[in-house]
Design a protein around this ligand. Structure first.
Ligand code: URP
Ligand code: ZN
Ligand code: ZN
Length: 472
């Protein structure tokens, strides 16, 4: 139960509109949206001069993910708290298929995620295609999971063969489950990695050089055409190349129900960043590419070829031998230093869940590349629709959860690790000058962030049962 709240005098932004209105909240939900609302028993929140946005929805995060003898450094509490500071109130996390059965994996992940501070749903990784998985897959919706992720790379670890992907996506869709795809060419990567190591190449730039962009372009088209043959929709995650965006658009023009997600890192950074002395900070898979790729991905967003912007938040410490202070305690988690002599041992992944909205507002909306409505569509409404949580999440309408971000469009922030709340020792946007920032964040009507102060609680996030996916 929450008190009644009346947000008065703000400008609402949804995926389709921008208009002045008040919002009345009671019992964790929005009960009315309109001009000059009155509710004598409500506490008034004066939001004159501010924008009101639906809480951000990040469709792609990895909390507590084991990788390369370590684990991603945000757990479900620290990572959801970081999300909230950046205006995101719903996240979707991936369950590794690291238990004998999917049900055990789901139960284990529910336990880990119970400490979440914002609302959360799950995708299930399918990294073994055997009779047991085939038999269990149709049960995922019983547990509120309506999306799986399959991999065309990470041979010998996560990868499925094309025939297995075809079969998985076909069976999944027969049971109302959407397939998500990691699109790279695992066979070519393996050969190039072996050759690079034999030649003594150990620096971070070789991570990009051994994962050529053409492999991603090939994989996006291959995935889309497998989806067409399986008569199933597909969602391609973390799209990083111009060619991949063009393949996405080509497939969509052919009527193939394929959707694309890109991430901020692919809009702002390039392989050149891997050549810096601290290049390991930028290691993720797939890698960042070139400015031409950045430009085409922006173009795909402007044109609506892409459906969402997630983060693929999967942070590691840059130097996990040096503790940082987090909530008053010293903590150090092995990180990128594990690969100082061998790029293949650098854990893959970056912080980003809290950066997404503030960075994209400045670089997208303020700089005129995205309308405010597109910003809301890509970062909240579309992911909520695709993963079966709309209109509970992703909009500001009567009946929706009162996940409300009060956005100050004039606030100036010098961004970086000291502002972002991720549990790691670096930030990709260090020193960036931002205009526009979330000043209050409400989760189901509860104020959880107020001007940089944490008012939320470990465990206050609710598990979300995802419904039937929507194809956008
Ligand atoms: O480097 C990344 N992206 N790590 C997370 C795993 C994945 O493939 O999304
Ligand atoms: Zn992936
Ligand atoms: Zn990921």
């Amino acid at each position: 139960m929450t008190d009644k709240l009346l947000f008065r005098g703000g400008t609402l932004i949804t995926a389709s509109e921008m208009f002045e209105a008040d919002i009345l909240v009671a019992d964790e939900r929005i009960v009315a949206v309109g001009k000059d609302l009155t509710a004598p028993d409500a506490q008034v929140v004066d939001v004159q001069g501010k924008f009101l946005l639906p809480g951000g929805f990040d469709p792609h995060v990895h909390y507590d993910l084991p990788m390369f003898n370590t684990v991603s450094s945000d757990d479900h509490y620290t990572g959801t708290k970081a999300a909230a500071f950046g205006g995101t109130t719903t996240v979707m996390d991936f369950i590794p298929q690291d238990w004998p059965t999917l049900e055990e994996a789901y139960q284990a992940w529910r336990q880990k995620a119970a400490k979440s501070a914002v609302d959360y749903g799950f995708h299930m990784n399918i990294t073994r295609w055997d009779d047991r998985t085939r038999a269990e897959l149709p049960r995922l919706p019983e547990w509120g999971i309506t999306s799986i992720k399959v991999f065309m790379a990470y041979n010998g670890r996560l990868r499925l063969q094309d025939g297995e992907i075809f079969e998985a996506m076909r069976l999944a869709w027969q049971h109302g489950i959407l397939t998500m795809l990691h699109a790279e060419n695992g066979d070519v990567i393996d050969i190039l990695v072996r050759e690079a190591l034999e030649a003594g190449h150990t620096e971070p730039i070789w991570h990009a050089r051994t994962r050529p962009p053409e492999g991603a372009v090939d994989a996006v088209l291959r995935g889309a055409m497998l989806a067409a043959q399986a008569e199933a929709p597909l969602y391609v995650v973390h799209m990083n190349t111009a060619g991949g965006a063009e393949m996405l658009q080509y497939a969509r023009e052919q009527g193939v129900p394929v959707m694309g997600e890109t991430c901020p890192q692919y809009l702002f950074f390039t392989e050149e960043d891997l050549k810096r002395p601290d290049g390991a900070k930028w290691i993720c898979s797939p890698p960042m590419r070139t400015e031409a790729d950045n430009d085409m991905l922006w173009h795909a967003l402007e044109q609506g070829w892409m459906s969402t912007i997630g983060t693929d938040h999967c942070p590691f410490f840059y130097d996990g031998t040096k503790p940082i202070v987090y909530e008053g305690e010293e903590i150090a988690i092995p990180g990128k230093e594990l690969g100082k002599d061998d790029f293949t041992k650098i854990p893959n992944g970056l912080p980003g869940v809290g950066d997404r909205l503030p960075v994209l507002w400045t670089e997208g909306v303020v700089k005129g590349r995205l309308t405010p409505q597109q910003f809301v569509a890509y970062t909240s409404t579309n992911p909520a629709k695709i993963f079966g949580l709309y209109p509970r999440k992703g909009t500001l309408a009567p009946g929706s959860d009162a996940d409300i971000v009060v956005w100050d469009p004039d606030m100036k922030v010098t961004y970086g690790v000291a502002v972002a709340q991720h549990r790691t020792d670096y930030n990709l946007y260090e020193g960036w000058e931002l205009t526009g920032f979330p000043v209050q964040v409400y989760l189901r009507g509860h104020l959880i962030v107020r001007e940089g102060e944490w008012l939320g609680r470990r465990g206050m996030g609710q598990y979300l049962h995802c419904g039937q996916p929507t194809i956008l």
